[in-house]
Design a protein around this ligand. Structure first.
Ligand code: GLU
Length: 445
């Protein structure tokens, strides 16, 4: 019996900055798909660029994933894997699939301009392939180190069935042989990523559609290394609420979400569904989101990310959160009954502290002259009703019978006197928490 390799995805950020909402969405797709399929979700830190990679960003990426509840099964760093890249590189050079090139950036730029002037696409002309050994030796003697290009196979079109986009075809002859290594020997993203995907047993590469043309190139790298390529899913990119690619999205990340009181569950619920045919719903638990996750439900149009929609979803999600999930962030002393009473009124979790103060007191309320007698009756009846049952209904029924008041004239003065506010959680839930003594004191104030 042959063992079936587990579904394996990877989230592969470069630690050159903080994760933004687009990266978070990619991470979420990878995580949900792996979890749904009972597979593995790997974090790969793409830190081959030593100049721009910073440890603090790697730490922040881990912390962000942790906050979002998307813990990877394993983490690898490309900077630990240079020996592997070196070995594959040597093989590919020996096989003639990687070749040295010596053009300067200015030379390449000039050639592109010439091509553009003739209305031709800016495809590298492979001049370096025609260099003789003597010419290469001369470069070496002059101390000019080469950069390295991967030689595309022009013989057959590149094709794959994208899990989101459907059939995709590229003509390799219209693409430049990609530079995979710089003259200072540092690696560009493309080849190490393909090497890692093979080595890590990645079965599904899930990323944004800005990588579609990279996929065409990388498919040839997989083939050149004798590997079966993974499946690919390229999600359409995010746009801002205005429907345009928005600069702001690039700076929106977990720090901002936390600052404005957005819960990780709401971020997940929104990002899991936008751009798909499933409705955005306040689903706090990951399992139902995973259960409906399906690349076939992704649309081709850009997904709209709207901060106002997130804020609204956040409130609706908060209204469903069980006490255990928020207990450590509530004011000391606030218990489950208090949470359940105030939960439906929250926009952000921090609002719970306001309602806790309303329960605990003191509250200050201005009493209108015409309500004085009414509140005097309320004070007397509040002492008399049975507080073990449903004191709010007992109190309001008794008051209705005694004063003849009903509707707003009955309820509003009570709410004001008891909470100091005109609006808020259901009084039936709040009053038992305020309790007899405090209620009587507030009504008589
Ligand atoms: N480090 C690459 C990026 O952040 C990874 C792309 C990929 O998923 O292969 O764009």
């Amino acid at each position: 019996m042959t063992a079936i390799a587990p579904i394996t995805t990877r989230f592969a950020p470069s630690p050159t900055g903080r994760l933004h909402v687009g990266n978070i969405r990619t991470a979420l797709h990878n995580w949900m798909f792996a979890r749904k399929m009972g597979g593995r979700f790997l974090l790969r830190i793409d830190d081959t660029d030593a100049q721009r990679s910073e440890e603090r960003f790697t730490d922040a990426i881990r912390a962000d994933l942790d906050w979002l509840g998307m813990t990877p099964d394993a983490e690898v760093r490309q900077s630990d894997r240079f020996a592997l890249y070196e070995a594959r590189f040597a093989d590919l050079v020996a096989a003639g699939r990687i070749y040295p090139a010596y053009e300067t950036a200015q030379e390449l730029d000039l050639r592109r301009k010439v091509l553009a002037g003739r209305g031709l696409p800016p495809v590298y002309d492979r001049a370096a392939l025609k260099l003789t050994d003597a010419q290469k030796a001369a470069f070496a003697e002059a101390g000019v180190a080469p950069h390295w290009r991967f030689k595309l196979d022009h013989d057959a079109p590149i094709h794959w069935d994208d899990l989101v986009r459907g059939p995709a075809t590229f003509d390799p002859a219209t693409m430049s042989d990609p530079v995979i290594r710089r003259a200072d020997e540092s690696w560009l993203y493309m080849l190490p990523s393909a090497i890692d995907d093979i080595d890590m047993g990645v079965t599904h590469v899930v990323r944004g559609e800005d990588h579609v043309s990279n996929t065409a190139l990388q498919l040839q790298m997989f083939a050149a290394m004798g590997a079966t390529p993974p499946a690919f899913a390229h999600a359409a990119l995010l746009t801002g609420a205005e429907g345009k690619l928005s600069k702001r999205l690039g700076s929106l990340g977990t720090d901002h979400f936390r600052e404005v009181g957005i819960e990780p569950q709401a971020v997940r619920a929104l990002l899991a569904r936008i751009g798909t045919s499933d409705p955005v719903e306040p689903i706090a638990e990951p399992e139902p989101l995973m259960a409906t996750f399906d690349f076939g439900r992704f649309g081709r149009a850009p997904a709209r990310f709207d901060e106002a929609e997130l804020a609204q979803l956040n409130a609706r999600t908060l209204h469903t959160l069980p006490f255990a999930e928020v207990a450590d962030r509530l004011p000391a002393g606030m218990g489950e009954s208090e949470w359940l009473a105030v939960r439906p009124n929250l926009t952000v979790l921090a609002d719970a502290a306001d309602w806790w103060r309303v329960i605990e007191g003191p509250v200050r309320a201005d009493v209108a002259d015409e309500d004085r007698d009414f509140l005097a009756s309320a004070t007397r009846l509040a002492s008399a009703v049975d507080w073990a049952g449903d004191p709010w209904h007992a109190l309001t029924n008794a008051l209705k019978a005694e004063t003849g008041r009903k509707g707003k004239a009955l309820f509003l003065p009570l709410r004001r006197a008891l909470t100091g506010r005109d609006h808020g959680p259901e009084m039936a839930a709040l009053l038992p928490l305020i309790g007899r003594d405090r209620a009587v004191e507030r009504l008589s104030a």
